[in-house]
Write a protein that binds this ligand. Structure first.
Ligand SMILES: [Zn+2]
Length: 82
């Protein structure tokens, strides 16, 4: 799977931010109901377990507590400006 070009990022990112993309290890389905599927994934940056609805991952993404923005295949995180 080819990651999206980093410049594209996801909606909601400041355009100026330098972003790093990492793939996560996959989505684990927790619960399925009409129109909504709850999944859990492992943040590729801080390894926290994050729960989100599949539609939110496909749309604007889910923000991890570490600041990474997670999508269906991976997450983006702003690189620290050193
Ligand atoms: Zn995280």
């Amino acid at each position: 799977m080819t990651p999206l070009p980093v410049e594209q990022g996801l909606p909601g990112w400041p355009k100026r931010a330098k972003q790093e993309f990492r793939e996560h290890s996959g989505l684990k389905e927790l619960h399925r109901a009409v129109g909504r599927i709850l999944v859990e994934l492992r943040c590729p940056f801080c390894a926290a377990a994050v729960r989100a609805y599949l539609w939110s991952l496909a749309g604007s993404g889910k923000r991890c507590e570490c600041g990474a923005l997670l999508g269906q295949r991976g997450g983006w995180k702003e690189k620290p400006t050193a």
